[in-house]
Ligand binder design. Structure first.
Ligand SMILES: [Zn+2]
Length: 359
């Protein structure tokens, strides 16, 4: 169906680079227990997250404060935890998969050998779980355990119902390149009482005024995601979902608009570098905060150090190239990622069987 995945890769990584990138991806052609074994192929994806409106980024327990981390320069900077980024990227990926399935059901069923009644119902249903005395933790139900989303980002099953699959996408922190005192604003909102036309609610002292700490539009965050043992289709699918992720944080009806830049990827055997280190390097030179041009320039310089560790693709337009993929190109990537997910799942099934039954 449609464009070969390698052609899509050419468009994103470049004519010459794509062959090298392909060598650094795994190939999973048919189910084999061997395909379940980690292969030590790591794509280090360096990101810049640009706030295009104000953002509400906070810890689970705190309701009004921005997540902040200290620096050795005597000031703190805002940061976004990977759990937040991973959750929104995962949501974007799920909606891409559902849109694809809903549009071409018949073809999808035929290509993936599903029966006529087959429907795709993978969903993300977050809830807070709390161990006795512990902090609340986000958990999810509704995952199907079979689709690219589940096999790439992992899923958990109920005890006794098979095995859990760990995420092959790993991250840590996205660190702002501007000190908190310049990047965080206090914003007070009011809800006006319909009867008195004031913010004074009957029986309350403070009325209906409330204050949020928000991250100012224009703030930039740097970070890195490590993608482990991905096929070319999985790689392109994750990158496309990243590039299409347009919101993050609390109250997304009004806030949280972002743009994700993907200026560099290092294909290597291990993880290299990260958001905290890169942010410190940038803040060391730009104590008042750095703009997009400076951040991209520093990032370019930073990743060049790792060039000898593998294949380095540097392209400031990579995010835009991913956003500009045609429907046909994306459809090919999604279909191949589905095939790859199925082969991976069946390979895991073979691997978890007793060794003598593996072949
Ligand atoms: Zn799923």
């Amino acid at each position: 169906m449609g464009t070969p995945v390698l052609e899509v890769g050419k468009k994103v990584f470049g004519e010459k680079e794509v062959e090298e990138v392909a060598k650094r991806c795994v190939k999973r052609e048919r189910p084999k227990w061997y395909n379940a074994i980690p292969k030590g192929k790591v794509a280090n994806v360096y990101l810049v997250i640009e706030a295009q409106s104000r953002l509400i980024i906070r810890h689970e327990q705190e309701t009004t404060d921005v997540t902040e981390i200290p620096t050795p320069y005597g000031f703190s900077v805002p940061a976004i935890l990977n759990t937040k980024v991973q959750a929104v990227v995962r949501r974007t990926l799920l909606s891409m998969l559902h849109e694809w399935y809903d549009r071409i059901k018949e073809t999808a069923r035929k290509e993936l050998l599903w029966d006529e009644e087959h429907d795709y119902g993978c969903t993300m249903r977050p809830f807070m779980k709390r161990e006795k005395g512990g902090a609340p933790e986000e958990a999810f139900t509704g995952y199907c355990g079979k689709c690219p989303n589940c096999l790439i980002f992992g899923y958990a099953v109920q005890e006794g119902a098979g095995y859990n699959v760990k995420s092959r996408v790993e991250g840590d922190l996205y660190v702002a390149t501007t000190p908190s005192e310049r990047a965080v604003v206090q914003v007070t909102f009011n809800a006006v009482d319909d009867i008195t036309k004031t913010t004074q609610m009957p029986g309350t002292e403070t009325g209906a005024l409330y204050t949020f700490s928000m991250i100012e539009a224009g703030t930039l965050f740097v970070g890195k995601l490590a993608l482990k043992d991905v096929t070319m289709a999985e790689l392109l699918l994750i990158l496309a979902a990243l590039a299409r992720t347009a919101r993050i944080g609390g109250r997304q009806t009004h806030f949280g608009r972002i743009k994700i830049h993907i200026p560099a990827i290092l294909f290597s055997t291990h993880e290299e570098g990260g958001g905290y280190e890169l942010a410190l390097k940038i803040l060391g030179k730009h104590r008042e905060g750095a703009g997009l041009e400076e951040v991209l320039r520093e990032l370019d310089e930073y990743v060049k150090r790792f060039g000898s560790q593998g294949v380095l693709v540097q392209d400031r337009d990579m995010g835009d190239k991913l956003r500009e993929l045609t429907q046909e190109e994306l459809d090919s990537v999604i279909l191949q990622a589905w095939r790859d997910a199925r082969v991976f799942k069946e390979s895991l099934d073979l691997f978890v069987k007793k060794p003598e039954k593996r072949e």
